[in-house]
Write a protein that binds this ligand. Sequence first.
Ligand SMILES: [Mg+2]
Length: 302
Amino acid sequence: MPPIVSPSTGPDIVPSSIGTDLVLVYAPGSGGADSDPVSTPPVVPAHAEPVAGVGFHGWRWHVQAGDAAGRPDLGLLPEWHTVAVVPAAALEARPKMLVMDVDSTLIRQEVIELLAAHAGREAEVAAVTEAAMRGELDFTQSLHHRVKALAGLDAAVIDQVVAAVEPQPGAREVIGAFQAAGWQVCAVSGGFTQVLAPLAADLGLDQYRANDLEIVEGRLTGRVLGTVVDRAVKAEMLRAWSSAAGVHADGVIAAGDGANDIDMLQAAGLAVAFCAKPALRAHAHVELDLPSLDVLRVLAGL
Ligand SMILES: [Mg+2]
């Protein structure tokens, strides 16, 4: 006999009325003593908590879950101010985990473009990267195409690329805050293990996964080894890491910038499009256009 399923339990029928959503209004600038005096925008309630971090300041407060009326009117926000809302389920889930894309998310650059510059093929590779991140090209095919352009490159340039990699503003702060709370921070990349491994060690990441560049006799062959980390694998890694750490999907915050991050964001409780391509934005709870990963700390309630 099949189990009796009540029609009233469908997600479209039961309102999300348990708990509270978190509203964050934020703007660029520290808001500290070294900057212009910060006036609280009229849309921010008096009980809101002032918050600040790397490159931003703002206010956060709770509203009843799903209560659109309790959120600030976007049209009334002062210039440069943005609003982000964290759904109650994501806000309240414990423990949490942060899973980030690497190129143009955890770091400011695209590693393959740094490598291609050494091979004198930067413009060609950058054009393919742009098209792939807009979702116009199959990622795996585009990766093979771009890596092929690196064939013959001296593997020693990897060390120069590692040295050139710049973590995004606020990266160290958000990683430190999550780990101080006892939560893991992971990075999954369609880029390369040879660059991500030293970066992960430097930043103290708990987990990471990327593609392996094939190197023979000290030179890149223009191939990658094993399964390509594409958008599906990114989501699989998010699920595997969160499952192993006992983190419910609601507790996972995923941040990325490209079409390759769509599946990963869909698997997370809080999906953040970080200075993202249009293809990713429709899949995000939060569009974060201020270049500071430290905002994720505040969104996590830390
Ligand atoms: Mg990226």
